[in-house]
Write a protein that binds this ligand. Sequence first.
Ligand SMILES: Nc1ncnc2c1ncn2[C@@H]1O[C@H](COP(=O)(O)OP(=O)(O)O)[C@@H](O)[C@H]1O
Ligand SMILES: [Mg+2]
Length: 358
Amino acid sequence: MDARAKAGVSIRSASKRYGPLIALDDVSIDVAQGEFLSLLGPSGSGKTTLLGILGGFVQPSSGSVWVGERDITFAPPHKRDIGMVFQSYALFPHMTVGENVAFPLRARRQPKASWSGKVADALAMVELRGYEHRRISELSGGQRQRVALARAMVFEPQLILMDEPLSALDKQLRETMQIELRRLHRRLGTTIVYVTHDQREALTMSDRVAVLKDGRLVQVDTPEHLYDRPRNSFVASFIGEATLLPVARAGENAVKLGDTVLRTAYPLPREDRLLLAVQTEKLVIDAGDAPGDANRLSARVTEVLYQGESLRVFAALADGTVVSLRQPGNHAARQRIPLPGAPLSVALSPRDTIVVAA
Ligand SMILES: Nc1ncnc2c1ncn2[C@@H]1O[C@H](COP(=O)(O)OP(=O)(O)O)[C@@H](O)[C@H]1O
Ligand SMILES: [Mg+2]
């Protein structure tokens, strides 16, 4: 690869206003060369706007976009060396697979003699070798999405932008494609910025995840960090399956949930109002085998939901507060679950005891 292809992408203090609406509010992110970064947030949080600013489809009201040392804020999309994949595949239905994939080569006026080799390579990458002459209408949804991906990669852009590319696919195919895309990224090393509103998808695929809310960047972090050290209650509730419970400060590394003192491995936030964020799978049923330093809570089972691969158990603490935990669906784990109404002791490791500002 040449030096140009090794550049990262930066967005600096970018804002976008539509009249009185602030769609994006002073967002800065550095995407490292070769990184897979996801933009995660609820609908309307500014993900597509941010992607559009990177791609050149949206002009920022203020701020700038850089590829390495080059300011591309005002460069048109076709001069940015960026491949795009959208939710709706945006393939040309009247063209063959090969013509679709060759389209960016034509648009970039690359020598025609090079097209067929590049198209064949791009199709091979997405495991559609030999599909050049198929019609788009003959392909399944997953195959169409792969053609769209091949088309985005065929000119070897330094950056690929994807806006919810898998959201039109059914769950099983979506999960397969997530794993394939992740592997493809590892193999190619292209920088990818990927928009999704699905936290599980973001955690599965990304090197880092940027969480957006109301046009603001809330936290940019690795999946593990986002999950273990959410910056605030929004991130904690958006990532995973957390119950948020009001707690009171009880020393430097401890909080009180009702009458029970819970120790945490982390410094507490400075804010006055604190919430304990308990992910369902971090609470474990204590059959006398929990580690000595674990926090313990006494509860009573209120409901058990069978959900296939796992079970969700709801349990009420002494003051009536309900927590929920997950147990694997195997028989040994299921036998630990008391019947509804029976007492239950649950353990929570200090490293899983996450306290965030309310
Ligand atoms: N062209 C536009 N004109 C006016 N408002 C827009 C336009 N594009 C987006 N918005 C608004 O900007 C906010 C962010 O939108 P968007 O970036 O599409 O969010 P997301 O992709 O996270 O769902 C939303 O409130 C949306 O309605
Ligand atoms: Mg969007």
